[in-house]
Design a protein around this ligand. Structure first.
Ligand code: BDR
Ligand code: CA
Length: 325
């Protein structure tokens, strides 16, 4: 485990979002993480809904003091396109969560990100689990923040198959230009893409136990998991649920839980069927394109290619169930 003894300072940028909520519950409860702020962006639902959901989740998790800021309401170029069919009308699976009792910070997300990153005594790990609009705006507005960013672990992209389109993953597809800016941040980047994201599934028996917990945070995790049908299909275990975005946070705590390779990655910005695709170059050697027209300067990204599913499920459950109030 990195930084044994001292928690890792992290900021989650999210579009809460059922699985973003699972990620927040984990980040709040893991003793190896110091969650310094949460910033919100339009994605799964509109940005005001994301702020509301995020505040509610932090309250339910017993962490009402973490600053939360409202960020971009729209992608850089594209219109906003929600994922209501996955996350429900309220973005939280319509499970009847109460409204939050507190308000967000009186600064916008980019300002809060800059402030918290530069104020941190140790370099911060950014964990975007949403379209990358806030992060792109931050990098363009305050490029000096990179001096105090340890690395960025983002949920987004796919090596193989997409979900928003046959080849594009939702977070990158929602704002492809922002994702392209992220890749040029000049700090180490880990891509926790769909290939691993979809595989970490909590068995139904564990989901039932969480739902019966006396602890509101664990109970909320159970209710949210039961709203997340497992992909790939796990047959008869209909209550099993994927941890989704929470896997990116697990990666920060336990990097050995994923297998990565440092590979060139670029985002397709072309209009048409490839827009938003993350093109990951896994070729063992250059091809005719490079031989005839030369190489291009592509950033290397640590791409997650495999995940130890059991290890992350165990890590998730032991963390979220640890705090019994
Ligand atoms: C991503 O899209 C959202 O629906 C999830 O919260 C996750 O961040 C998966 O494509
Ligand atoms: Ca998300």
């Amino acid at each position: 485990m990195p930084n044994a003894g001292q928690p890792i300072p992290v900021i989650v940028d999210c579009d809460t979002g059922v699985d973003d909520a699972l990620a927040l519950l984990f980040a709040v409860r893991h003793p190896g993480l110091d969650l310094r702020a949460v910033t919100c962006v339009a994605g799964n639902t509109d940005v005001d809904g994301v702020v509301r959901n995020t505040l509610t989740v932090l309250e339910q998790a017993g962490a009402p003091d973490i600053p939360v800021a409202r960020g971009a309401a729209l992608p850089l170029i594209e219109p906003a396109r929600s994922a209501r069919h996955v996350h429900g009308d309220d973005g939280m699976g319509d499970i009847g969560l109460p409204a939050p009792t507190r308000a967000p910070a009186d600064v916008d997300a980019v300002t809060l990100l800059r402030r918290e990153i530069l104020a941190s005594p140790r370099p911060v790990t950014l964990i975007p689990t949403a379209p990358l609009t806030n992060i792109a705006l931050l990098l363009r507005t305050h490029p000096e923040v990179t001096r105090n960013i340890e690395r960025i672990v983002f949920m987004g992209g796919a090596v193989a198959c997409g979900n928003a389109t046959p080849v594009a993953e939702f977070n990158v597809w929602h704002d492809p230009e922002a994702a392209a800016i992220l890749l040029t941040a000049g700090v180490p980047i880990t891509m926790y893409g769909l290939d691993v994201f979809q595989r970490v599934v909590v068995p139904g028996a564990d989901v039932r136990r969480l739902r019966a917990s006396a602890d509101p945070g664990a109970r909320l995790a159970g209710d949210l998991l039961s709203h997340r049908p497992a992909t790939p299909d796990v047959g008869a275990d209909s209550e099993a649920g994927g941890i989704g975005d929470a896997g990116a946070v697990c990666t920060v705590v336990d990097p050995a839980g994923i297998t990565t390779r440092l590979l060139p990655v670029e985002v397709s910005l072309a209009p048409g069927p490839t827009r938003g695709q993350t093109i990951v170059d896994r070729r063992p050697r250059f091809g005719e394109s490079e031989l005839h027209t030369g190489t291009r300067d592509l950033r290397l990204v640590d791409v997650a290619l495999d995940v130890d599913v059991e290890r992350f499920v165990k890590l998730y459950l032991t963390t979220v169930e640890k705090v019994a109030n």
